[in-house]
Design a protein around this ligand. Structure first.
Ligand SMILES: C[S@@+](CC[C@H](N)C(=O)[O-])C[C@H]1O[C@@H](n2cnc3c(N)ncnc32)[C@H](O)[C@@H]1O
Ligand SMILES: [Mg+2]
Length: 957
């Protein structure tokens, strides 16, 4: 298919964002405060009397040491932040300094930076590095005043940017970075001292006493001894990751304490990774500089070179966590000096937080964590509707995944086609469930009648391609979905989800043959580049596999899929117990469920039971893959109020340990006993599959569209000039009517839902005011929307040519529907009235798919009797007989004739039409219709919005 416009959303090498520039300049001294702004929004619909809660907007105020800047309002928080940063850059005249420098200039700048760090004034600054300088002055003996070069590299991102300009390989090799810093220091012999083969730097002259006193004094006041939890990550995968405690005395230097845990004499030989996780995190890995690296140190810039071979062993667990090469044993700790305070920041790292970091490296991990349901939630396979998706959205997950695996940001390119050009409307329809309201097909049709009409947002369809690239721009995979979407953002989310879904499969089974990998990828419109793919993820996947099998020591079973069918004698039993009345309603695809659950680790013999994860309320959609398969299999057999309990084999170890609060104990159980998981689930609440989704699945065009078309046809044949749509909802009928030439001059809608009326007003306003001149055949002169109940009479709507009431009466109680019938035919007295409502008998067909699981049921009768209403808001649904008798008696009472018809299915084939329709016609000749002038003023409805072609032309002149 041809595509029109094309736009790349992320370019290959993005220039630094305004926030990045501000960060470079002010570090963490820049404080972003984002406020919600909920204005009464200009709704683009003049005259609408319902106050519109506009979309939630954000405004950001950026506090800098000397000024505060406030952004405009934006839909997204991050846009507000970027805008504030941009304003600050403009106001302060900041230029991103480092980018245009030559390698020589970068060298000079690097030397100047290092010199500044050792200056008098730096010691009392708030820079994180000055904390290290002050701590170094509390070190004893030979170490007094010496600062490890790796902290200089870790604490100031400007330095690494400069070094990248000198040698781009610094990006992937942080040993090089430290070599450059050491070389810069060696160029400052009057200021600092360095020694060959050492990784620390001293200031030559001592600080003036007044500076020493003030800066050291400020600190010793607030510093207490601290005790923090960290993790020891052995290089050997056979050794378990163990918690360690760092005891840091008030006068000690924390790097010396970490060094001792690594078997080093002091912190001067320590290497520090970049931060792990969020940019603001202080979580890093610490390890000893490999000997071969130390031996190869050179103090000359020109001679700085990569160390060819580091013979120490790569620590694969640690390397995977930070995306840098880490050698030997490592300590994972969250500690350091920050921009916020002169005090040392620290946080505990527990075994659980370590495993959560591992989980976040899985393609589905961020989703599980965002739902706080690590053992129960799964990454859904599809986005059905945005409202049914819980947890982080796919695009965000994919970006996080790329960041954590040290890939480039995913590159999205969207393309759009004008809808008129789209012919594959059936394909579009199917894929569009994620977009709400107006179906795309209808838009396509309406575009035939109205040129370039912007209907509720867009006249285009979008698709989006995604590419994943390594940092060095090697293509790892690309996804080119075939489907189009009504919204650009939907196309991006769906493409992101495809990529995540495939990566999820790949991570579960990376050893599949190339052919199978390719097949699974192409099923999701993905093309993989196997060499780059396995190069990128090999370390992570091999680490996980070895860890999984070796540390388990055969004591517990490995299962990725939590398959209930796997043999687990005596334990795989699922016991259903009735905890409440059986409503006879069972969840089926599309239903939204609330369950409560708890998942425990149980040891053989049942002696020990350790709670891992529990939730009082967990909401998900059946059939979307949002929950692990065994839970879904069980809940679909449950009725509301029932509870179930069953066992499964163990999932991946990191999932269990990241869910468990007491991971240390759980790990010891896992290592010493045969264990399995026990699930207890209760089904709390169930919202059935939305009617329109069911209708879309069964009818083409969808039933709602067939109803509207049926009404439009009658309206056109009737030559009516006035129409009232009773229970007009979001105005789908009125909206469609404006696409056709009719004799209508006045159209009115009544409903009691303000939300629906607002939507209707916006749609009608955009159509009538913008395009009325290009529809010369459309003679509508006025349009009004009223807020009111159609069970109340309003004299302004008396004697219209035609009234419609589509799919409304079943939303009232039966007696109200009867009241409505009487009022409409006795008081409103339209010449023609069209009423539609579901045919209950047809539900057997609509719900057959939901009943297939019970098809073995020999008693077919039960099936048809147990049909549910199509929508949870329906108060009743009538059989053909019930509808016929209601309509016939009503017509007879009020001098109307009535004919029956319908849409969806056929009158002659059982069980009749899916939607049954009655068309009432007044039997009185027009002159006998007694329509008094509107002098009795029974005005019970409130005008919500009014449009008048005369006023419009007057006001626009
Ligand atoms: C299923 S929607 C149908 C909307 C529209 N007729 C259509 O076909 O798209 C039912 C509508 O009836 C409205 N409704 C229910 N009871 C009503 C009443 N007593 N008076 C006015 N509107 C009512 C609801 O607010 C809702 O918008
Ligand atoms: Mg309905």
């Amino acid at each position: 298919m041809e595509t029109g416009r094309s736009s790349a959303i992320a370019v290959k090498k993005p220039s630094p964002t305004p926030k990045a520039i501000i960060f470079q300049k002010f570090g963490k001294e820049a404080l972003y405060i984002v406020d919600e702004v909920r204005d009464v929004a200009p709704n683009g619909c003049p005259g609408l009397a319902i106050p519109q809660k506009g979309p939630c907007l954000y405004r950001c105020s950026l506090q800098l040491p000397d000024c505060t800047v406030v952004s405009g309002t934006f839909k997204k928080k991050k846009d507000a932040e970027q805008s504030a940063a941009e304003k600050a850059i403009e106001m302060l005249g900041i230029h991103p300094s480092t980018n245009d420098l030559s390698a020589e200039e970068a060298c000079d700048k690097l030397i100047a930076c290092v010199k500044y760090f050792f200056s008098d004034e730096f010691l009392s600054s708030l820079h994180p590095l000055s904390g290290h300088f002050r701590a170094a002055l509390r070190r004893d003996g030979d170490l007094y005043g010496s600062v490890p070069a790796s902290v200089i590299a870790a604490c100031d991102s400007k330095l690494s940017n400069l070094c990248k300009l000198i040698n781009p390989k610094v990006e992937s090799n942080h040993f090089l970075l430290i070599s450059y810093i050491m070389s810069a220091a060696a160029r400052l012999p009057e200021f600092v001292v360095t020694c060959e083969g050492q990784l620390s730097i001293w200031r030559k002259k001592s600080y003036p006493p007044e500076i020493m006193e003030s800066s050291l004094f400020q600190q010793s006041d607030t510093l207490d001894s601290i005790c923090i939890k960290a993790m020891h990550i052995p290089c050997s995968l056979e050794k378990a990751v163990q918690p360690v405690t760092l005891n840091i005395s008030s006068t000690g230097y924390y790097l010396d304490v970490i060094a001792q845990k690594l078997g080093l004499a002091d912190g001067n030989r320590i290497m520090i990774s970049r931060t792990i996780g969020k940019a603001s995190s202080e979580t890093r890995l610490y390890f000893a500089a490999p000997k071969s690296y130390l031996m190869n140190q050179s103090s000359d810039f020109v001679n700085v070179k990569e160390v060819a071979q580091i013979e120490d062993l790569l620590n694969s667990r640690a390397s995977c966590l930070c995306g840098q090469d880490i050698y030997g044993d490592a300590i994972l700790a969250s500690i350091g000096y920050t921009w916020k305070s002169k005090d040392l920041f620290h946080e505990d790292i527990t075994l659980q937080s370590y495993y959560r970091m591992l989980v976040s490296l899985m393609p589905s991990g961020v989703y599980k964590l965002s739902r706080e349901a690590i053992l129960a939630a799964e990454l859904p396979m599809a986005l059905t509707t945005r409202t049914n998706w819980r947890g982080s959205l796919p695009r965000e997950i994919l970006s996080t995944f790329c960041r954590l695996h040290w890939l480039s940001e995913p590159v999205f390119s969207t393309s759009s086609i004008p809808l008129k050009a789209s012919t594959e409307s059936s394909r579009l329809d199917k894929k569009l469930k994620f977009s709400e309201s107006v179906e795309l097909e209808k838009e396509c049709m309406s575009r035939g009648a109205i040129n370039d009409l912007e209907l509720v947002g867009s006249g285009s369809a979008f698709k989006c391609e995604v590419k994943l690239l390594s940092k060095s721009q090697d293509l790892i995979l690309e996804c080119s979905p075939k489907e189009f979407h009504k919204k650009q953002s939907d196309s991006i989310q769906n493409a992101s989800l495809k990529v995540l879904s495939w990566l999820n499969q790949y991570f579960k089974d990376p050893d599949l043959s190339l052919e199978k990998l390719n097949n699974s990828a192409s099923a999701l419109d993905i093309r993989i580049y196997p060499e780059n793919l396995s190069k990128k993820f090999a370390l992570y996947l091999s680490m996980r596999n070895i860890q999984q099998t070796e540390t388990q020591g055969g004591k517990f079973l490995k299962s990725n899929s939590m398959n209930m069918q796997t043999t687990m004698p005596d334990h795989g039993v699922c016991c259903l117990s009735t905890g409440g009345p059986d409503s006879g309603v069972y969840p089926s695809n599309g239903c939204l469920l609330f369950i409560s659950y708890s998942i425990s680790l149980v040891t053989e013999g049942g002696n020990t039971k350790e709670l891992l994860e529990s939730k009082e309320e967990f909401e998900f959609e059946i059939g979307s893959g949002a929950i692990i398969p065994p839970v879904e299999a069980v809940v679909t057999q449950m009725a509301i109020g029932q509870s179930a309990c069953f066992n499964t084999e163990l999932p991946l170890q990191e999932l269990i340990l990241s869910a468990a609060d007491d991971s240390v104990r759980v790990l010891s159980l896992l290592l010493s006993k045969v264990c399995w998981l026990e699930y207890s689930i209760s089904l709390l609440q169930l919202t059935e599959a939305p009617e329109d989704r069911m209708e879309q699945a069964f009818f083409s065009p969808p039933l709602s569209k067939q109803r509207v078309e049926y009404a439009v046809q009658h309206i056109r044949q009737s030559c009516a000039t006035t129409l009232v749509d009773l229970g007009c909802g979001s105005g789908s009928l009125l909206d469609s009517l404006l696409d056709y030439p009719t004799s209508l001059e006045k159209v009115v809608g009544v409903d009691l839902s303000q939300k629906s009326l607002s939507r209707a007003a916006k749609i009608l306003h955009s159509k009538l005011s913008t395009k009325s001149d290009v529809l010369p055949y459309n003679g509508v002169k006025s349009a009004v929307l009223y807020d009111g109940s159609i069970t109340m009479f309003d004299s302004r709507l008396r004697g219209f040519d035609i009234g419609t009431c589509l799919e409304v009466i079943e939303h009232m109680e039966e007696d109200e529907a009867c009241l409505f019938g009487n009022i409409v035919l006795s008081l409103f007295r339209p010449r023609i009235l069209i009423v539609s409502t579901p045919n209950y008998e047809y539900n057997v067909i609509l719900q057959r798919s939901n009943l297939t699981s019970q098809e073995d049921d020999p008693d077919e009768k039960i099936q048809s009797q147990s049909c549910k209403f199509r929508n949870h808001d329906h108060k009743f649904e009538w059989t053909r007989e019930q509808f016929n008798s209601w309509a016939s008696e009503l017509a007879a009472r009020h001098n109307y004739s009535v004919e029956f018809s319908g849409v969806g299915g056929s009158a002659d084939i059982e069980p009749g039409f899916a939607s049954q329709i009655a068309v009432f016609r007044s039997s009185l000749p027009p002159e006998e219709e007694n329509h008094p002038k509107d002098d009795d003023l029974e005005h019970h409805y409130k005008v919500i919005w009014e449009w008048d072609s005369n006023n419009l032309s007057r006001s626009s002149l």
